[in-house]
Design a protein around this ligand. Structure first.
Ligand SMILES: *Cc1c(COP(=O)(O)O)cnc(C)c1O
Length: 499
């Protein structure tokens, strides 16, 4: 009896094997046919609700085998497939298949990676993953950090550490000083929305953000940055953090990071890099120049679930001096001792970030990094960039397409009908309407999935390739799809106008 408590949740070894094998078979079949499926079915929430059925929570449980089999069909047939070769939307990658298996393994053992004693090997694996990520992007091995759920959390985790380090007085005990000096934040206009969320949620208010204008290349204008900081200091503000972006979310532009680093040194400010999307490209020798200054950052956010192709969710905060994390998040000030004694090797991750209980998200990143290796990543990331350039060139040479920008693996373009006059005063307004309608149509059509970007007031279609399944042929076909659908949408809008 001791070992045989009967519960509705346990599964016998035989049953587990049968169900597991069956599930793996279905998953393998799914992965193998992903390119033949629609990217999305375009079903409405109402349609989906009727598919899953509106009923109450079951009173009595049903067979696990039946649930799993039904559920796999449900999610395979009614999802948007970001593993599809023609999925180029937002910045969500095709997930590494080994990551799916690692998630199964992680959930099976279920270590709580909040404390070392609860997760002996998992903590070591996370430490090594963080080290490898630092090594990957080419910063000193002294950087330490933590894995979090994604880019937003990685940036928040760093933001709060910056504040503890740079705010006057003892913010941990006294909180944010009510009136002056008011803490101010600096970033370019192209910065991702996380910064606004951080300023609002952490009590600074959105007015504490100085949105620095960008130059012709869409990089933060560092002269304006320095002028703004000086101006604020004269007025009695207290600047504390500058955010540089390494691959902006819309068009993939990398700020002049070493220029920002110099300004931060001059004014004793925290230099944070948001590299959620773009920083993995620093691994490519030919791209290295673009990322000069990365090693001077006080903190860096990166997202293994973007360009390292990890399944969601995996973000990472790296901090040059990891003591800033424990200064912020630890509740045992006597604890940290990063010198070389044996005790310092114990690392309780709850003291490095906002979470307490933590899952083993490091495992899927760790196994993928090993499976692929540095060389493998150089190859895949370079190919993504090459495909993005091809996308731009094909758009550029197409009579009905206008290529707009190309940086890292992001291309923006728009459909421009041949019969629209250059001097038509409604030209730009019409093209914006047309391209927005075109994007909406494409997103529901299931052939290709693109997102949008507004570039110098032009509404653009945007393709971001963080997808190891996308090929040259896919890009050629996507160009044809856009031109075909663009033409149809143009005709439709013209007819509407004519009525
Ligand atoms: C994607 C992205 C974020 C947000 O990351 P999530 O993983 O979606 O939370 C922040 N900054 C940049 C530059 C990004 O590309």
């Amino acid at each position: 009896m001791t070992n045989s408590r009967k519960t509705p949740i346990g599964i016998s070894k035989e049953e587990f094997k049968r169900m597991g094998h069956q599930l793996i078979d279905t998953i393998a079949g799914f992965i193998d046919t992903i390119d033949k499926r629609p990217v999305t079915t375009g079903e409405t929430p109402g349609q989906l609700q009727s598919i899953i059925g509106i009923s109450s929570l079951p009173e009595n449980g049903i067979s696990a085998e039946e649930i799993l089999s039904k559920t796999s069909h449900l999610v395979f047939n009614h999802s948007l497939l970001n593993g599809h070769p023609k999925f180029l939307g937002y910045i969500t990658s095709s997930p590494a298949p080994i990551g799916a298996l690692a998630d199964l393994l992680a959930a099976t053992v279920n270590p709580n990676v909040g404390a070392q004693i609860l997760s002996p090997i998992a903590t070591e694996i996370e430490k090594q993953t963080v080290k490898w990520l630092a090594e990957f992007i080419g910063v000193s091995p002294g950087y330490g950090g933590i894995l979090v759920s994604g880019g937003n959390m990685a940036n928040f985790t760093a933001f709060l550490a910056a504040r503890t380090a740079k705010a006057p007085g003892n913010i941990k005990e006294d909180g944010i000083p009510g009136a002056s000096p008011k803490l101010t934040i600096y970033c370019s206009k192209a910065t991702h929305t996380w910064i606004e969320k951080a300023a609002i949620l952490f009590g600074h208010g959105s007015k504490s953000i100085r949105w620095i204008q960008t130059d012709a290349a869409n990089r933060m204008d560092n002269e304006v940055l320095e002028r703004t900081i000086k101006n604020d200091l004269e007025k009695g503000y207290q600047p504390f953090i500058v955010v540089g972006t390494a691959g902006d979310v819309s068009t993939g532009v990398v700020d002049d990071l070493s220029g920002i680093a110099t300004i931060c040194k001059t004014y004793d400010l925290w230099f944070h890099i948001d590299g959620a999307y773009g920083i993995p490209a620093a691994v490519i020798p030919e791209q290295k120049m673009l990322f000069e200054g990365v090693g001077e950052a006080d903190s860096i956010a990166l997202d293994p679930h973007k360009w390292l192709y990890s399944p969601l969710e995996a973000g990472c905060t790296l901090v040059k001096n990891p003591k800033h994390l424990t200064d912020t998040y630890s509740s045992h000030p006597a604890y940290y001792n990063f010198s070389s004694n044996e005790e310092s090797l114990v690392q309780n991750y709850y003291e490095y970030g906002l979470q307490n209980s933590r899952g083993f998200r490091a495992l899927k990143v760790w196994v993928t990094l090993q499976q692929v290796g540095r060389r493998g990543y150089i190859k895949m990331i370079s190919e993504d960039i090459e495909l993005s350039k091809l996308f731009f060139e094909l758009a550029n040479s197409h009579p009905e397409l206008e290529a707009i920008t190309q940086n890292l693996s992001i291309t923006t373009l728009r459909y421009v009908p041949v019969d629209i006059a250059q001097n038509d005063e409604n030209r730009e307004t019409y093209l914006n309407t047309l391209n927005e309608a075109l994007l909406n149509k494409l997103q529901k059509g299931g052939e290709v999935f693109l997102s949008n970007a507004i570039v110098k007031e032009k509404y653009c279609l945007r393709g971001c390739i963080v997808n190891f399944r996308t090929s040259k042929k896919d890009i050629e076909e996507i160009i044809k799809i856009i031109a075909r659908e663009g033409k149809i949408m143009h005709r439709k809008l013209q007819e509407k106008q004519a009525i």
